[in-house]
Design a protein. Structure first.
Length: 486
């Protein structure tokens, strides 16, 4: 069966313990027009790789050692402009969801490895006066979330065990959202204050979020399998945290105050702020060119810890030098000597992100802005990442998010209560992937490093507590998996 469905000859190779070596490769000849999507099944310790060309979708099932154990092929939707926008999974049932550009036409594609069945089912969504906020898979369930224009009503289109999308409504009209002027307003108006389209940046825990992703003022988190959390940083007064229970769709809105600044304080210079959510803690960064505040609170607004430093002082809670990177990751990297320069450069668009590794919070503060719009000594902008289909792996978006960006940053380490630690910053598995892509000669020969088309031949996913990079080597006509451990 496998031989008929997929022209792959598996090369046996040893799974190496070294964190930056190839763990498996196999022969694979693909057409020029191709794309990839992967799903991990931690329960059964399996990875499903979906290989898409203009005619068909071939799904390949791997065990935890990346041995091929099964495959299925199915025709792809006829409309070649559709793209994969997400997936759902239940036992041996896998569904890919393809969407038209306006998402009014959805196709559910079914793969059942037990019964050797595949199928395509069209789904029509009316989306009356609705704008799409995001598409996201949480706990193996796919959600397409919209907002009704000029209201505070969210609609959730949720996948079921048969690949259908069922509608649920969360009416948030009783909640008081604040607009950019800190005045009460409906949620739709709040989300479109500075843009014609409501949009949230997805943040996952597969890999340490880059400053480019965390720089967005509207973010969505899916750390907890039973709820979805939205954060809004459209004012420097507070962060609005909206939590929605995914069982009964009840909601809770909390305004977590930013550091209060009295009129005329700190040089009377304009402040900018942002936030980042991790493990039900919120990190709030507020800064101007004179002073920087980092405040950590729980989601009820109770303060856990806080840091304050002036522009002419050493940043006493940092664990690395201050760096500036431009364009292709490490290619143009230099050290910034003075805190004053750092403050001035991040003032236009401050960003903070954090990652929990073995109980230590690896935290980065700084700024990431679009290189095209940089001018003068300061940094401004909150550019949107483009060039990646919405259904693609979060970690790939994260991996190439610094493309055409100027990033200024320093690293900090904190314990569980966000007390500063004096330990040395270690490279995460994600850092090792970035370094590997830059240094591996075979990969460099096979693809244009850090171009916006890199997503065509790379996948990156977390599995068994490790990160795995999948790459199609066009020169050798082989698909390769590389493993990276913390």
């Amino acid at each position: 069966m496998l031989k008929k469905l997929l022209p792959i000859t598996l090369f046996l190779c040893t799974l190496l313990c070294f964190s930056q070596e190839m763990v498996k490769e196999f022969d694979l000849k693909l057409e020029k027009n191709r794309d990839y999507f992967q799903v991990t099944n931690e329960t059964d310790k399996e990875v499903i790789l979906f290989l898409n060309d203009k005619e068909k979708v071939t799904s390949v099932k791997f065990d935890q050692h990346f041995n091929i154990i099964d495959s299925l092929s199915s025709a792809r939707p006829k409309d070649l402009s559709t793209e994969i926008i997400g997936y759902s999974q239940k036992d041996s049932h896998y569904f890919l969801f393809w969407g038209s550009r306006d998402r009014k036409e959805i196709t559910s594609q079914y793969f059942n490895f037990t019964n050797k069945e595949t199928g395509l089912t069209p789904i029509n969504l009316e989306l009356k006066k609705e704008k799409i906020i995001t598409e996201i898979t949480i706990n193996n369930v796919f959600y397409l979330i919209t907002i009704v224009k000029n209201t505070s009503i969210l609609k959730f289109y949720i996948s079921d065990d048969n690949g259908n999308l069922n509608e649920k409504t969360a009416d948030l009209s009783n909640l008081e959202f604040k607009n950019i002027f800190n005045n009460p307003e409906n949620l739709y108006t709040v989300l479109t204050d500075e843009s014609s389209e409501p949009s949230f940046q997805k943040i996952a825990n597969d890999s340490p979020p880059s400053l480019a992703l965390s720089a967005k003022y509207y973010k969505i988190y899916s750390y907890n399998p039973n709820e979805i959390i939205f954060t809004i940083d459209n004012t420097t007064k507070a962060t609005q945290v909206l939590r929605i229970d995914l069982h009964d769709f009840t909601s809770n809105l909390k305004s977590i105050p930013q550091q209060k600044i009295d009129k005329g304080e700190y040089g009377s210079r304009k402040f900018k702020s942002n936030s980042f959510l991790i493990d039900n803690k919120i990190l709030q960064l507020k800064t101007n060119s004179f002073v920087l505040f980092l405040t950590i609170s729980d989601l009820n607004g109770n303060k856990i810890n806080e840091y304050k430093v002036f522009h002419d002082q050493e940043i006493y809670f940092k664990n690395s030098d201050i760096f500036q990177e431009a364009n292709d990751f490490f290619h143009k990297k230099r050290q910034i000597e003075k805190s004053e320069q750092f403050f001035r450069k991040i003032n236009g668009s401050p960003s903070v992100s954090s990652y929990n590794l073995n109980g230590i919070y690896y935290t980065v503060i700084g700024s990431s802005i679009d290189n095209t719009y940089t001018s003068g000594g300061g940094m401004s902008g909150n550019g949107v990442m483009t060039g990646i289909p919405s259904g693609r792996c979060y970690s790939i978006e994260n991996l190439i998010s610094y493309k055409d960006k100027i990033v200024v940053y320093t690293n900090c380490l904190f314990d569980s209560n966000f007390n500063h630690l004096n330990d040395q910053v270690q490279n995460s598995a994600f850092d090792k992937v970035r370094i590997f892509l830059e240094e591996n000669e075979d990969v460099k020969e096979a693809l244009p490093i850090f171009s916006t088309s890199i997503y065509k031949d790379l996948i990156l996913f977390k599995f068994n507590s490790s990160l795995y990079l999948g790459n199609y080597n066009k020169k050798k006509k082989k698909y390769q998996f590389f493993g990276f451990t913390e």
